[in-house]
Design a binder for this molecule. Structure first.
Ligand code: NGS
Length: 317
């Protein structure tokens, strides 16, 4: 009898704790972040194609059906193969042939030592991006030296390559993230956009409001304005918070799409070594970002190879 009573108390306790977690105002605040209403998205898109990009199509592509597509894809598509006749050009570039795209997007992926994950990512992303009627190219920037991984510096290198190739819009993207909703258009908005605000790893809840990592879209012009990202973050963590601080100092306000359309699947991997810079609080004065970023970027380019599905830039930092 006493045991039964104890069990009841224990169950009640667990239920109360679960209710507190789920009904806590913080949890709901994060769940319901501010976002651009679906109907308003077309007005916020930044329409520009790459310098020198031409299309023989006469009709402009229409993005209404993409933005209102309510399908959810399965992450198991990473195990598939690319369908025949995909028309992806060497270097991982694609543009639709039946209409003239309004957007040219460079997807930039910092990378090291995850060959299997990269394979799945490329197959999935080409399948995902091809159906969005955009012009895009995937750049993979690989750190070949043995120093701790420097995500932000690799992104700076990829951004420069994309800008040189004339891309007006950059999507900075982790290799372990798969967008699940085709409505999540891989084009820049006029405001820098945090795209991966609903990740399965965090039970599709935004961990904190200023999070600006994972997958983001920013115009090349905006990226130059903030002098890119810091080159000093070796090891995991903090470089995306630093990016957010740079945007704040330049009064660039970030935006997001609704949680439902910002769903991502994170592929599992070993956790990385945390970096030393991670815990230093960053705050930039207006125009105070001049010395660390794109402007003082130094590295050795070991090779650049055009593979069928991506442009592979190998660098020694
Ligand atoms: C914060 C990190 C960010 C990171 C975010 C989510 O704590 O760099 O977690 O990480 N900030 C610091 O370490 C200062 S995640 O679990 O998605 O890898 O992006």
């Amino acid at each position: 009898m006493r045991n039964a009573c104890k069990k009841k108390v224990l169950y009640c306790g667990i239920i109360i704790i679960v209710l507190i977690i789920f009904l806590h105002p913080d949890m709901n605040a994060r769940r319901s972040y501010e976002y651009i209403e679906k109907e308003l998205i077309p007005d916020t898109l930044y329409e520009e194609t790459a310098v020198n990009f031409t299309s023989s199509a006469i009709l402009e592509c229409d993005y209404h059906d993409v933005l209102f597509d309510d399908t959810t894809l399965s992450d198991s598509l990473v195990d598939g193969d690319l369908i025949e006749g995909h028309r992806i050009r060497e270097g991982g570039e694609f543009s639709p042939s039946d209409c003239k795209p309004k957007f040219s997007t460079a997807v930039i992926v910092p990378y090291r030592d995850r060959a299997e994950q990269l394979r799945g990512f490329l197959v999935y992303m080409h399948m995902f991006l091809r159906r969005q009627s955009i012009h895009y190219r995937i750049f993979v920037v690989e750190q070949v030296d043995t120093r701790p991984f420097n995500r932000a510096k690799l992104l700076n290198i990829g951004a420069l390559a994309a800008m040189r190739a004339g891309y007006p819009c950059l999507v900075l993207h982790d290799v372990d993230l798969l967008p699940l909703r085709p409505a999540n258009l891989y084009a820049c908005t006029k405001c820098p956009r945090h795209m991966s605000s609903s990740i399965n790893k965090f039970r599709f809840v935004l961990p904190y409001l200023n999070l600006f990592g994972g997958a983001i879209a920013i115009t090349s012009h905006q990226y130059k304005t903030i002098n890119g990202m810091s080159n000093e973050y070796f090891g995991w963590g903090g470089e995306d918070d630093d990016l957010y601080a740079r945007m704040e100092s330049e009064e660039l306000k970030m935006c997001r799409f609704e949680p439902e359309n910002s769903r991502y699947h994170m592929m599992s991997h070993k956790s990385q070594h945390t970096g030393d810079r991670r815990k230093q609080v960053v705050k930039y004065e207006k125009n105070g970002i001049s010395d660390d970023g794109l402007k003082n970027l130094k590295y050795t380019e070991v090779a650049t190879v055009l593979h069928p599905l991506f442009t592979h830039i190998m660098v020694d930092l």
